[in-house]
Write a new protein. Structure first.
Ligand SMILES: [Zn+2]
Length: 293
């Protein structure tokens, strides 16, 4: 678990490479990002481009890439059987362990595209024509690491690879899903359809959280996410300072939730089930969470 937490810190740096926030040289960021992401079995450019789309469409019910809340009409019939303590434990367990690979491979919880979308597909609808070659390169990176792991398993045994690599990787995946889920899901966060959405409103529909000691381990990606959405090419070591600076300017538009993250995870799983249009506005483009099934 300790290795996993430290490795989550590495994931934070890798994420920064994708934002060109690591060095002044795009090529260096891409090479370093490719190596780090492949090492975590993430296709680097594929993720970089879909993550960029997330940043330019945050909070939009139609175009955000991930953690898009459902509207009431799209709620699945089994949801009401899952909104109880055992159901939530099951949902959270699956989300934290399999959520990340399922999102990459099957676009689970991703935005709808007109056809099946997955991160490994160079011709997929997530990417534009000039990005396709880089998707092949990302796939090659992941395949190379898989091959390396296979060779390691042959040499040292599968159990060794699972302990030294598999378990820490599960921890990284779990934390990265949890961190991003909690940054974009909170009972008081609005979502918008195109009649009301704009980039700034979306960027401000994110929330900073407190992970206690882990804030430091995770390079403060947890408690500086609002600033990250406003200035995404800023490296993590300036994010605390930037957050301090934006707080007084944003005033009540700056969102911070001090609920301990485990408690917050449980509450959000219970309360953030689907969104409904705000009844008080004329335009019906602002949506709030509801949990009544
Ligand atoms: Zn980002």
């Amino acid at each position: 678990a300790v290795q996993g937490c430290i490795l989550t810190g590495v994931w934070v740096i890798a994420h920064e490479c994708g934002h060109h926030a690591f060095s002044d040289y795009q090529l260096l960021d891409d090479i370093f990002g490719l190596v780090l992401h492949s090492g975590l079995l993430v296709p680097y450019f594929s993720w970089k481009y879909s993550h960029r789309r997330h940043h330019s469409n945050t909070g939009s019910l139609e175009r955000d890439e991930v953690f898009v809340p459902k509207q009431k009409s799209c709620i699945k019939w089994y949801s009401k059987y899952l909104n109880n303590p055992p159901g939530r434990v099951l949902t959270l367990a699956v989300t934290l362990t399999l959520g990340w690979p399922l999102y990459l491979a099957l676009n689970v919880s991703g935005r709808p595209y007109d056809r099946f979308a997955y991160h490994y597909d160079p011709y997929g609808p997530i990417y534009s024509d000039r990005e396709r070659l880089q998707i092949y390169i990302s796939d090659a990176g992941v395949l190379a690491v898989c091959y390396g792991l296979f060779r390691l398993a042959m040499a040292k045994g599968l159990a060794w690879v699972v302990c030294v690599y598999g378990v820490p990787l599960l921890v990284v995946n779990g934390f990265s899903v949890l961190i991003t889920f909690l940054q974009h899901t909170q009972p008081a966060l609005p979502h918008y359809t195109s009649s009301e959405w704009d980039w700034l409103r979306g960027a401000l529909a994110t929330v900073d959280r407190d992970y206690g000691i882990l804030n430091k381990v995770f390079h403060n990606i947890t408690d500086t996410h609002v600033a990250h959405h406003l200035f995404s090419t800023m490296p993590h070591y300036h994010a605390m300072e930037a957050t301090k600076a934006i707080k007084p300017i944003l005033g009540e538009y700056y969102r911070f939730d001090e609920t301990p993250f485990v408690k917050a995870m449980w509450r959000e799983a219970r309360e953030c089930i689907y969104v409904e249009p705000d009844q008080s506005t004329e335009s019906k483009g602002v949506f709030w969470y509801n949990n009544k099934l």
